[in-house]
Design a protein around this ligand. Structure first.
Ligand SMILES: Nc1ncnc2c1ncn2[C@@H]1O[C@H](COP(=O)(O)OP(=O)(O)OP(=O)(O)O)[C@@H](O)[C@H]1O
Length: 601
């Protein structure tokens, strides 16, 4: 099984080789994010090392002050004591200055990395083909942009410096202890054995629990997003109670796993404190005997006790951030998977120039399957002369939208070629392709912003006059004028809300302004009232004039204005002819037409 891209993202049973592959991919991504910050990273690392060294010097200076400074003071020599005091102060000042420096630097690095990553994820997912978006749910993509990026942010903001600083602090403290008193160093060495066992125990248990906690929190997000995006269906079908139960169950799972995590800390933290305190007590007692024997100076004993105690200090925080580290690395694995995805409809390396398309469409030996095991469109040929209006009809699931998506190059055919004016669509520059072929989908999606902005999407450099012209051409001008702020009305704000038919008219105006050679229209099935339908129908007539048009037709009136009707069944074009010819015949379209006519009476 492959783990390339987002494949296997939900699996928990990776083989060793797969885990290695995923880790390598995360490391590569991390490397590419860190590289631009190299200089700042080195400076931060240096600041952390110097700070830890300065802090580790503290107990040794105290030992010097006690063992050398105080006896000298008794002899009226206050230099060693003053030296110790000043040196201690200096380490404090240097430490404070450097801590402030590296906190600021690491925050800056963290922010820069995060902005870089956020932008990359956004731009990349936007570039990925429809095929990716049809299978990768919005809940998952939102998780990548929100909770995953947050996990990385948390680690970058405080976790990473805390981990590195904690580790450096421990290394320096242990080093200083061994130098100042090797025997106490041995005590610490012995303490490392139970410490290692406890930490390993915590690591194994927490790893599994942290993973479950992340899965539970991701499920919560997905459930939330699906419920909110499908709110109409939720309320229409009264699924609130069921959702409440399901969401309640997920919340309970999340609470349960977090309670277990806390249970681990309830063992680990006191365990740490116990081992630490035992080590301190052992150092004190053993050292005490040696002081009595005259084998150890009292200041050195104090320093050894301080070092032993300090060695354990950062461990609790580090354990806390172990979770953060794991969340961040799992987030990085998933994000690197998304970034590894390639558009299934790639841009051509050497695009063919097509300055002004005429609109002659060809399907040559085209075959198409979404998945390998099920052919949706068996091999077929089809030619649409420039300027023709073609109505695609057929039962649901017949393959009409699929054919339209091939023409818009949302997908490439599994075999054969789709051409525009004889040029393979795969050879066209995306800009030329999008200018020449426009697909107006059923939802007629409107983005936040004014009506004018939404129409201008068809031609970003359009003047206001052109926008109004387009709206007038498709019959949208009147109702737009009637909106609270006319063309400036925000379509997603209360008061600016438009009806389904008006929404369609806006998207017609958008397409009219784009003025493509080929227009594909996935007609809305929603039943418009008669005046709205007439309005849309008039708009449609203008929109279709002088271009090749393929309309997935659900309305009889639309079929009537077509030059040609294609009837599809199970992925095949079973009838092809002028509407009047087909109506007069005895085929499927004649039967469909009769049924439609009857339904209107
Ligand atoms: N993204 C996809 N992945 C896999 N199969 C798909 C996908 N989209 C559609 N199909 C399948 O392809 C077949 C044709 O679907 P298509 O949407 O083209 O039908 P249609 O004629 O447009 O139907 P409708 O009138 O209901 O919109 C259906 O059997 C559907 O299950």
């Amino acid at each position: 099984m492959s783990v390339t891209g987002v494949q296997g993202e939900e699996r928990l049973d990776y083989t060793k080789a797969e885990s290695r592959e995923i880790r390598a991919r995360s490391v590569r991504l991390l490397g590419s994010l860190l590289r631009p910050q190299r200089g700042k990273l080195w400076l931060t690392a240096a600041a952390i090392v110097v700070t830890s060294a300065a802090q580790a010097a503290g107990p040794a200076i105290i030992a010097y002050g006690i063992d050398q400074g105080i006896p000298a003071l008794i002899d009226q020599d206050w230099y060693p004591a003053a030296f110790a005091g000043l040196a201690y102060l200096l380490t404090g000042v240097v430490g404070a200055f450097l801590i402030s420096t590296y906190i600021r630097m690491s925050a800056r690095i963290g922010q820069a990395i995060l902005i870089d990553l956020r932008t990359r994820v956004f731009l990349h997912t936007q570039r990925l083909s429809l095929e990716f978006h049809e299978s990768y749910t919005s809940g998952r993509i939102i998780s990548r942009q929100t909770s995953d990026l947050d996990a990385i942010r948390e680690l970058l903001d405080e976790g990473l410096t805390l981990l590195v600083r904690g580790l450096m602090y421990m290394v320096f403290t242990a080093g200083a202890l061994v130098i100042i008193d090797p025997t106490s160093g041995l005590v610490l060495l012995v303490a490392l054995v139970p410490l290692g066992i406890l930490t390993r125990w915590f690591q194994v248990r927490s790893q599994a629990l942290f993973r479950r906690s992340r899965v539970a929190s991701a499920q919560l997000i997905v459930k939330f997003v699906e419920t909110m995006t499908g709110m109409r269906a939720v309320q229409a079908f009264r699924s609130e109670k069921r959702n409440e139960r399901e969401f309640g169950g997920l919340v309970e799972d999340y609470r349960d796993v977090n309670a277990r995590v806390l249970g681990l800390f309830a063992v680990y933290n006191p365990g740490l404190a116990f081992i630490g305190n035992t080590a301190v007590a052992a150092t004190l007692v053993l050292g005490g005997f040696r002081v009595v024997d005259g084998a150890l100076e009292i200041g050195v004993l104090l320093a050894a006790v301080l070092y032993t105690k300090r060695f354990f200090d950062p461990m609790e925080d580090m354990a806390m951030f172990y979770n953060g580290y794991q969340s961040a690395s799992s987030a990085l694995e998933k994000i690197s998977g998304v970034l590894e995805e390639e558009p299934s409809v790639p841009d051509p390396a050497h695009p063919v120039d097509l300055l002004k398309a005429k609109g002659h469409v060809g399907f040559e030996g085209v075959e198409f399957a979404y998945t390998r095991d099920r052919i949706i469109l068996p091999r077929f040929d089809l030619h649409l002369p420039a300027g023709q209006t073609v109505a695609l009809v057929g039962s649901t699931g017949a393959g009409k939208t699929t054919l339209a998506k091939l023409l818009a190059r949302f997908y490439d055919p599994s075999d054969g070629v789709v051409t525009l004016d004889g040029v393979d669509l795969r050879s066209l520059h995306p800009k030329d392709l999008r200018r020449a072929i426009v697909m107006v989908t059923q939802e007629a999606y409107l983005f936040s912003g004014s009506v004018a902005d939404n129409i201008a999407l068809g031609k970003p450099d359009a003047t206001f006059e052109e926008i109004v012209q387009a709206a007038k051409a498709v019959g949208a001008h009147e109702f737009i004028e009637g909106l609270p702020n006319g063309y400036d009305t925000d379509v997603n704000k209360r008061g600016g809300r438009v009806s389904a038919g008006q929404r369609q008219l806006i998207s017609f105006a958008r397409a009219f302004l784009a003025n493509p050679a080929v227009l594909i229209l996935d007609e809305a099935t929603s039943s418009l009232d008669i005046p709205s339908e007439r309005l849309v129908q008039d708009g449609l007539q203008t929109l279709l004039a002088d271009r090749t048009a393929v309309i997935i037709a659900h309305r009889l009136s639309t079929v009537a204005i077509a030059d040609r009707v294609l009837v599809m069944e199970h992925g095949r074009i079973v009838e092809d002819g002028a509407p009047s010819d087909l109506i007069g015949g005895s085929g499927r379209f004649a039967a469909l037409h009769a049924a439609w006519r009857d339904s209107l009476v």
